[in-house]
Design a protein around this ligand. Structure first.
Ligand SMILES: [Zn+2]
Length: 259
């Protein structure tokens, strides 16, 4: 299915690639304030096969390799040593190259390139990724049966091992979602697999308790309760909000009482 769905951050960031931001965490037991700097990037839609110098390459839909490399250099210029990096999904290109070249191999090769390039350029700095609707084949349709997505999720758990703790890698391999402490006892990231909450996903079934849409809400709620109990601040990462039907050119919120 070719998608009519783009998201606001696509427009904001695919040309910018990264932006520096600051966050402040304050302990509850003392008045100490810790300031951290992090880079945020999203919706790269990297097209490793596109040629930026060839205007006749009409297939080059998104960010060809040269532009992607320049984006990485731009991030280094913005901050070589951020405290951490957040990526909010859509590693992989879509659109004009059409779905026929979005094979499993292309998707894995693209995510591998993005991961290894970031690990090479920002050694020892953790990046907290999540998955977008274009990071799967076929686009948008993330199965609720995770044995069907194991071809992607299991290699991701290996690729992302330098960034995430074992507990997070376990849930990445199973479902794609995870939580991980960024600053122990202070700041935790909850990284959602929002593709399970999208009406455009043919496998989303919010009425079924077995569906990952429902399972993720249970997991998310437990994570929030636990963080509150521990008095840890959280950063929620995800590709988009829960999305309902596509009406008149707009995504509308899921009308099911969850939101
Ligand atoms: Zn997207």
């Amino acid at each position: 299915m070719t998608t009519p769905f783009t998201h606001l951050h696509v427009l904001l960031l695919s040309s910018l690639a990264a932006t520096a931001a600051t966050t402040t965490t304050t302990t509850t037991t003392t008045t100490t304030t810790t300031t951290s700097r992090f880079l945020w990037l999203t919706d790269n839609h990297v097209d490793l096969w596109g040629d930026v110098n060839n205007p006749s390459d009409k297939k080059c839909a998104h960010m060809p390799e040269a532009q992607w490399e320049s984006a990485v250099q731009g991030m280094l210029a913005a901050d070589k040593h951020p405290d951490f990096i957040i990526f909010s999904g859509d590693f992989v290109h879509f659109g004009a190259r059409n779905s026929s070249d979005l094979s499993r191999k292309v998707i894995l090769d693209t995510i591998t390139d993005v991961t290894l390039r970031m690990q090479r350029n920002f050694p020892n700095i953790r990046l907290f990724p999540c998955l977008g609707n274009h990071d799967y084949d076929p686009s948008n349709n993330w199965p609720s049966n995770t044995t069907e997505s194991a071809w992607l999720l299991k290699p991701l758990a290996k690729l992302w091992a330098p960034w995430l703790p074992a507990s997070a890698l376990k849930t990445v391999a199973e479902t794609g979602w995870y939580s991980a402490d960024i600053v122990p006892n202070k700041l935790r990231i909850i990284s959602l697999q929002t593709n399970y909450w999208a009406a455009y996903n043919q496998f989303t079934d919010i009425s079924s308790n077995d569906n990952l849409a429902h399972q993720q809400f249970i997991w998310f709620e437990n994570e929030l309760i636990q963080a509150k109990k521990e008095q840890i601040k959280i950063y929620i990462n995800g590709h988009h909000a829960p999305i309902g039907n596509y009406v008149s050119g707009n995504d509308v919120d899921m009308q099911d009482g969850y939101v």
